[in-house]
Design a protein around this ligand. Structure first.
Ligand SMILES: Nc1ncnc2c1ncn2[C@@H]1O[C@H](COP(=O)(O)OP(=O)(O)OP(=O)(O)O)[C@@H](O)[C@H]1O
Ligand SMILES: [Mg+2]
Length: 327
């Protein structure tokens, strides 16, 4: 056996120490772009294989075919950097990684192919480590549970334990990951959850950091997640693919379907009105008239519609919750 000098403080920043010291069932890292999550998890995968003969890894992504370009390549790079790549056999066509001295495996799967996961068996030791990379992409908590539950049974080593690592960018606070691992009242008891940012990654170059910092000015909503690693706030946002630009209203209403809608509110939700043109051919929607105001009384709403020329023409509105009276 080769003598390997694992110098943890040199391998990863302090923020990732729990990956190497904790026996908790779940260790979860949400974080900004480039905070070092993937690199740290990859280092743990290699280290656990070499130092714990019972360990086999399953590396899961939303789509199986994305593993080769990401997690597999990263593990290969990290094994080389740690000076142990000669101990591994890298089969990129499967993909699969084998630790040559014992036959321990690092397997790669996708949540899009659940059957390929439930049927896994390993030759030596146990399948007792799971890394869900970019776990934000797993929209289904059930899909996660199916895979996670497949890690069970008696571990050969008396000191052995099961462990699942999750790494992701927290794009939206409505994700099941928040409830499951971060919210006080509902989080998994046997788990650790952390937030890391580019500040936890001493390996980044200045150009990358500067681009992140620019994003804070240019696109604060995205920067909240990408730069600060905080949960993205949905604020009822439905359409992401919108742009604000000048256009000629006469042009867009030509041959378009004109639609008007009103959403009754008062406070905290405002009353909202929009008028827009749908180009049925291109499926583009042009919103050219909006009203968005809190604390409007019924006759103020009526007056606004009257003054803006809407005493004729259809307006769609919600009939429920008092909407019938307003209509
Ligand atoms: N432990 C490390 N050793 C050497 N380089 C590192 C290490 N951690 C991070 N890096 C460097 O920082 C870069 C970003 O790290 P990494 O890809 O792990 O970030 P991430 O948190 O996974 O980002 P994203 O959210 O975009 O996936 C890597 O490409 C690598 O160059
Ligand atoms: Mg990553």
């Amino acid at each position: 056996m080769p003598v390997i000098n694992w110098n943890l403080p040199k391998m990863v920043s302090k923020a990732y120490a729990p990956l190497f010291t904790s026996n908790k069932r779940y260790i979860v890292y949400k974080g900004s772009r480039g905070s070092g999550k993937s690199e740290a998890a990859a280092r743990k995968a290699i280290l656990d294989i070499v130092t714990k003969p019972y360990v086999n890894w399953l590396i899961l992504r939303r789509y199986a075919n994305t593993n080769r370009q990401s997690t597999f390549t990263l593990l290969q790079k990290v094994a080389t950097q740690l000076g142990v790549s000669g101990l591994f056999q890298f089969n990129s066509s499967l993909p699969e990684i084998t630790y040559k001295p014992t036959g321990q495996k690092i397997l790669f799967r996708g949540a899009d192919k659940p059957l390929s996961i439930t049927s896994i068996s390993v030759e030596t030791g146990n399948l007792c480590r799971l890394w869900v990379e970019e776990s934000y992409q797993l929209e289904s908590e059930e899909a996660f549970d199916v895979v996670d539950e497949s890690m069970r049974g008696v571990i050969d080593d008396p000191n052995g334990f099961y462990q699942t690592i999750l790494t992701f960018n927290p794009w939206n606070e409505r994700h099941w990951l928040k409830r499951r691992f971060f919210d006080e009242d509902t989080r998994e008891p046997n788990s650790l959850a952390f937030t890391t940012t580019y500040r936890d990654n001493p390996f980044l170059d200045d150009a990358y950091v500067n681009r992140l910092l620019e994003m804070k000015i240019r696109n604060p909503r995205r920067a909240r997640v990408a730069v600060d690693g905080e949960w993205g706030v949905a604020e009822g946002l439905i359409y992401e693919n919108t742009i604000v630009e000048k256009f000629d209203v006469r042009e867009v209403v030509n041959n378009a379907r004109i639609v008007r809608g009103i959403d009754w509110g008062y406070g905290p939700d405002p009353t909202a009105f929009i008028e827009y043109a749908i180009n049925t051919r291109t499926k583009d929607v042009y919103i050219y008239k909006e009203m968005y105001k809190k604390h409007m009384l019924t006759d103020e709403i009526f007056k606004w519609l009257y003054v803006h020329g809407h005493q004729q023409g259809d307006i769609r509105a919600d009939y429920a919750n008092g909407g019938d009276r307003m209509i």
